[in-house]
Design a protein around this ligand. Structure first.
Ligand code: FAD
Length: 465
């Protein structure tokens, strides 16, 4: 672990508005913990910032002390990039204020806001912006890498709705990136991750959503998994703009009240459809699916939008030991379904599964070069293979399962682009491949402008040009 001299640390503590935490402080272990329980790292200093000035002073202190800097938004990244041994962690968990302007349909939120914070404030006005499917994920990491969710078809990615951002730069400046100021930086923040500075405030466009939405979950047992995957694919490929979907392949039925008790933990596949239009529109999506292959059980109901946003939280509790790899697919041929059906029963943990998102609608309408987002707008599916277990030994077995299934699916993957937020490991060549040569080069030039010394490198790193 790096040593920090007592006297500068003392001065830093005294001048800092938030909280400076080091080993030996009572809350050191909770403050260094991230969502992925498999990550156990010991930063030299945790700077829990109270405002933007604190962020700048933490950057300056770390640089003066020769400490690497990691940035914690929601702390949810699979890779544990928010925390590093011997580094200074800029912890934004206090910067969670959300201000909604219903007149202009805009929302501003702090750099440590979670999806749940944002959803709850925007829904007070019947508004929303695309957030992820687990509500304790950080808005920052999610939207800086892209941001998929139930609203992707309707509104595009979270980053597609980013209007402006306040950014604390490596050299001590604080700038606002918007269409009119630092437009290159705004472009880079829409998918280029945490490479360019620390975002202390985001401003997003919001749209009317909910407060109630049409929900459907249909579940088929594992013996019918190949048929279930086929009917699910056919239904999700046709989703209109006003609906979101998820194919949960290899999911074990949760012990929820709507699941008949004899099926609790039964392995299988589920389709979830969230309809943002009328009940009739929703029925036109769900009825043919049910008719094509009657499910083992189902839940079809009107639910609050915030309930939808939190529905899967229990499947990804804080402290889960986790690993994942992802692929983009331009289509889902039967060969992919055969491969999935072959590999699904081989997972060891009942919690491991594949969340597979269909892509279309507003996502596909965004021009390829309009944002820095790595995944191609031509892709039709983003397929994650997730290993989750409270037991590290079982995770180790499912990590192998993830890698083997990923290799088996690679021949069918889209060549163009990938999603940096679904990487549990940041190999330099995969980051380059994720963006493709042209986007990577453009990002590298912007990186040279805003962070020429690569101070912010504990991430899916873009090397300065
Ligand atoms: P952190 O771990 O805090 O940060 C990750 C990286 O983001 C940091 O290294 C840093 O480089 C950067 N960063 C964070 N905050 C800032 C900031 N304020 N300024 C500058 N850089 C910053 N993604 C989706 O798109 N859709 C989903 O539905 C989805 N579901 C997920 C479910 C689970 C269980 C998990 C583990 C992840 C999921 N993700 C999803 C991926 C998620 O988007 C990324 O893990 C994202 O990085 C999490 O953001 P965070 O702020 O919580 O992460």
């Amino acid at each position: 672990m790096s040593q920090v001299l007592d006297s500068p640390l003392h001065d830093f503590r005294n001048s800092f508005g938030g909280q400076v935490i080091t080993a030996g402080d009572a809350d050191y272990d909770t403050a260094r913990a991230v969502w992925n329980g498999d990550i156990d790292r010991h930063p030299a200093v945790i700077a829990r910032c109270a405002d933007t000035a604190d962020v700048s002073s933490a950057i300056a202190f770390a640089r003066a002390q020769g400490l690497e800097i990691s940035v914690r938004g929601g702390g949810h990244n699979f890779s544990g990039a928010a925390v590093a041994d011997g580094a200074l962690m800029i912890d934004l968990s206090l910067l969670r204020q959300v201000r909604v302007d219903p007149e202009t349909r805009r929302v501003r939120c702090g750099g440590g806001t979670t999806g749940a914070d944002l959803d709850s404030a925007t829904q007070d006005h019947g508004l929303a912006v695309t957030m992820g499917t687990i509500s304790h994920t950080g808005v920052a990491g999610l939207s800086l890498g892209g941001g998929f969710g139930w609203l992707t078809n309707k509104m595009g990615l979270s980053c597609d709705n980013l209007i402006s951002a306040e950014v604390a730069l490596a050299d001590g400046r604080v700038v606002r990136a918007s269409e009119s100021e630092h437009a290159d930086l705004l472009w880079a923040l829409k998918g280029g991750g945490g490479n360019f500075g620390v975002v202390t405030e985001f401003e997003f466009r919001v749209e009317p959503v909910g407060p109630m939405i049409n929900f459907a979950l249909l579940f088929w047992e594992t013996d019918r998994r190949a048929d279930a995957l086929r009917v699910a694919r056919d239904a999700l490929e046709k989703l209109p703009k006003n609906a979101g979907g998820l194919l949960a392949a290899g999911l074990n039925a949760p012990p929820e009240p709507f699941v008949p008790e004899q099926y609790h933990f039964a392995p299988g596949c589920a389709v979830i459809i969230a309809g943002f239009g009328t009940a009739e529109e929703h029925a036109r999506l769900v009825d043919p699916l049910r008719a094509a292959l009657p499910p083992l059980f189902e839940l079809v109901s009107l639910i609050p939008y915030v309930g939808l946003q939190q529905m899967l939280d229990a499947s990804a509790i804080w402290g889960s030991h986790a690993y994942e790899k992802a692929l983009h697919l331009d289509g889902m041929p039967d060969e992919v379904i055969t491969t999935l059906a072959e590999y699904l029963p081989r997972k060891k943990s009942p919690l491991s599964f594949l969340p597979i998102f269909p892509l279309g609608g507003a996502y596909s309408e965004v021009d390829e070069d309009a944002t820095a987002f790595g995944g191609s707008r031509g892709a039709r599916w983003v397929l994650n293979i997730g290993a989750f277990s409270p037991d590290p030994a079982v995770l180790a077995e499912d990590r192998i399962w993830v890698r083997e299934l990923w290799e088996a699916l690679r021949p069918y993957a889209s060549n163009s682009g990938g999603y940096v937020n679904f990487m549990a490991e940041y190999e330099a060549d995969r980051v380059r491949t994720a963006y493709g040569p042209a986007k990577y080069e453009r990002l590298a030039q912007i990186k040279t402008c805003y962070d020429p010394e690569n101070v912010f490198h504990l991430n899916a790193n873009i090397q300065p040009g």
